[in-house]
Write a protein that binds this ligand. Structure first.
Ligand code: AGP
Length: 623
């Protein structure tokens, strides 16, 4: 987590850093700070809380610097107080460092540095870095800034990206990447660095993402890149296909609402990319560009993910098992790493992460890769990534990627990236079914044709539900607990509806498989606990209706996500969130939309910060 940004060039650095931090605030907002170098001194300004607090402080100060670094923090080590805010400095207050990540061996380093006379003023792991650099500068025969930083990072354990400046090297901005994202931006006589591209796209689209174990020196004259051994590397920037309007609200009150409304377009983009319209007999209608070796003799699939991506993975499991007949297990990445199942042969491991930076997912995939290394061919790692950021760490780590084409998502609560992940799973499951001939080609074509109708069904849902969900939000804004029920392919949608509500509205919500409610959770129900049931026609429709009846018998108010014209449903439910009647297999893409809107409007009604809910960050780059 945390966002870092840096600038060196000929313009005033402060505004560039603040504007960059604004675009990175989704990564954390416990505190913010910047450090600049001017008139032979390093100047550091920090503030607790959101970026506007830092901005207010900076309005009182004239800063003529043309070099600087900035940070927006999601607290890991040490409370979210100003004294723990980045940048951190060495004892002489010459060197300033911002970090995204964790230095795992900071305790030993800190003790050692203290014994050598360094004075620490924060509780953070980051503070060891400027002191360590100062120590290497003091003791080294060379006075090369980059070299001292290189030696220092060789002593750090963990996953981190850092940016460093010093009053003693006023023309150098040094950046390091070790398992946390960092991209360099190339301008005309000016250079940028950031944890993520939105922070720099207003200035340049020529970017170079650093690889793990790389260190770069940015000066007004250019960029030099080295590895941790000190060897110079040759690298070229590439042009980013990205417009800065993608990271504007475009008239919507919040990014989350804008992103919910972008979902029809996201589905269309995935349909265009991965499903062929005109195919000759014998040709696959799915075009994921994946090699045959990945699929050959496949016996099992394991999917690793966290949060909303884990919910998408559960739907993926349903689709793969039902369409392609391959036994599939879904794991929380954070659990998998420390208790992996026994090694199985001919197994595809899929990592799902919208950001491509979730530390738990990356670590679980790395572990899986490592434990399969050197094994006989059938046990060797076959890895596939599903991500919205193919340029991310996941993209670097895994050779085969399905890119989910949702465009950048700024709201911390995932919405359009979830729908895009579902599209990736439809494509993958249908591709597997086609290749294994578990579903007749005609049926596959029929499903794809139905998928092509989904964008306009989402549009209709958005149109009809905006007012409805707003009205319901008015009634439920003060509710303390919610239960979400779904079954079969829509059980993960119940989980996702509950997650959306709790993460942005801070209302306690639980999602259950509807049939499981009578085994315990039913004890929670009374008139104060509303139940949202996803009841769409298909294999479990009658069952869900019965489970909903059980809740109603306990006085719960029932909200039904169900097709419009269903007489039975209309009678049972107190409130309806109608969705169109589509094939059961496709119903999750529609059913999730009213739940996203409900969560959004409840949170907005409660006056909460929808896009930046408390304690959360968009990409969780720590374990
Ligand atoms: C989603 O609304 C959450 N903010 C969170 O659960 C998220 O899905 C999770 O942290 C995984 O992120 P990823 O998809 O980037 O790996």
């Amino acid at each position: 987590m945390c966002g870092i940004v840096g600038y060196i060039g000929t313009q005033a650095a402060t505004e560039i850093l603040l504007a960059g931090l604004e675009k990175l605030e989704y990564r954390g907002y416990d505190s913010a700070g910047i450090a600049t170098v001017w008139e032979g001194e390093t100047h550091c300004v920090r503030a607790k809380g959101k970026l506007h607090n830092l901005r207010s402080k900076l309005e009182q100060i004239e800063i003529p610097a043309q070099i600087g670094i900035g940070h927006t923090r999601w607290a890991t080590h040490g409370k979210p107080e100003e004294y723990n805010a980045h940048p951190h400095m060495d004892t002489a207050k010459r060197i300033a460092v911002v970090q995204n990540g964790i230095v795992e061996n900071y305790r030993e380093l800190r003790e050692d540095l203290k014994q050598k006379g360094h004075v620490f003023v924060s509780e953070t792991d980051t503070e060891v870095i400027p002191h360590l650099i100062a120590e290497f500068l003091k003791n080294s025969s060379s006075s090369d800034f980059l070299d001292a930083i290189r030696q220092a990072v060789n002593h750090l354990e963990g996953a981190f990206a850092i940016a460093v400046i010093s009053a003693d090297y006023p023309d150098e901005l040094i950046v390091v990447r070790q398992q946390a994202p960092l991209v360099i931006g190339f301008g005309q006589g000016e250079f940028f660095c950031a944890s993520d591209t939105p922070a720099i796209v207003a200035h340049t689209r020529a970017v170079l993402p650093l690889e793990n174990g790389e260190i770069a020196r940015l000066t007004p004259l250019g960029v030099e890149i080295y590895n941790f051994a000190g060897d110079r590397l040759k690298k070229q920037p590439r042009l980013l296909n990205f417009s800065s309007t993608m990271v504007e609200k475009q008239g919507f009150k919040h990014f989350m609402l804008k992103e919910i409304h972008e979902q029809p377009g996201v589905v269309r983009a995935n349909l265009d990319a991965y499903f062929r319209s005109d195919v000759n007999p014998g040709e696959s209608p799915i075009n994921l560009g994946l090699p045959t070796e990945l699929y050959a003799d496949l016996e099992q699939i394991h999917i690793l993910a966290c949060g909303t991506s884990w919910h998408a993975a559960l739907i993926g499991k349903y689709l793969i098992e039902q369409l392609a007949g391959i036994s599939t297990q879904v794991h929380y990445a954070s659990e998998y790493r420390y208790a992996p199942p026994p090694l199985t042969a001919n197994t595809l491991i899929i990592g799902v992460t919208q950001s491509g930076e979730t530390a738990d997912t990356l670590a679980a995939l790395a572990m899986e890769k490592e434990r399969r290394q050197g094994k006989e061919p059938k046990y060797q790692a076959r890895l596939l990534g599903i991500t919205n950021r193919p340029e991310s760490s996941l993209g670097h780590m895994i050779p085969h990627i399905i890119s989910t084409l949702a465009g950048i998502e700024i709201g911390v609560a995932a919405t359009k990236t979830f729908i895009a992940q579902l599209m990736a799973f439809y494509a993958l499951a249908l591709d597997l079914a086609y290749r294994r001939q578990t579903v007749a080609p005609d049926k596959i074509t029929e499903i794809i044709n139905s998928l092509r109708q989904i964008p306009k069904e989402i549009e209709a849902t958005l149109e009809s539900q905006e007012k409805l969900t707003e009205q319901l939000a008015h009634e439920f804004a003060e509710t303390q607990d919610f239960i979400f029920l779904g079954r079969g392919i829509n059980f993960p949608i119940a989980l996702e509806g509950a997650l959306k509500l709790k993460e942005i509205s801070y209302i306690h919500a639980e999602g259950y498989p509807a049939g499981e409610m009578k085994h315990g959770p039913i004890a929670l129900l009374d008139a104060k606990v509303p139940v949202v049931a996803i009841a769409v026609p298909g294999t479990v429709y009658e069952k869900v209706i019965s489970n909903a009846q059980e809740a109603k018998a306990r006085d719960s108010r029932l909200i039904g996500v169900t097709p419009v014209n269903d007489g039975e449903a209309a009678e049972i439910f107190n409130d309806l969130l109608p969705v169109s009647h589509v094939e059961e297999l496709l119903s999750p893409i529609l059913a999730v939309v009213p739940l996203q809107l409900l969560a959004y409007h409840i949170a907005a009604r409660r006056g909460l910060d929808v896009d930046q809910p408390r304690n959360l960050a968009k990409s969780v780059t720590v374990e």
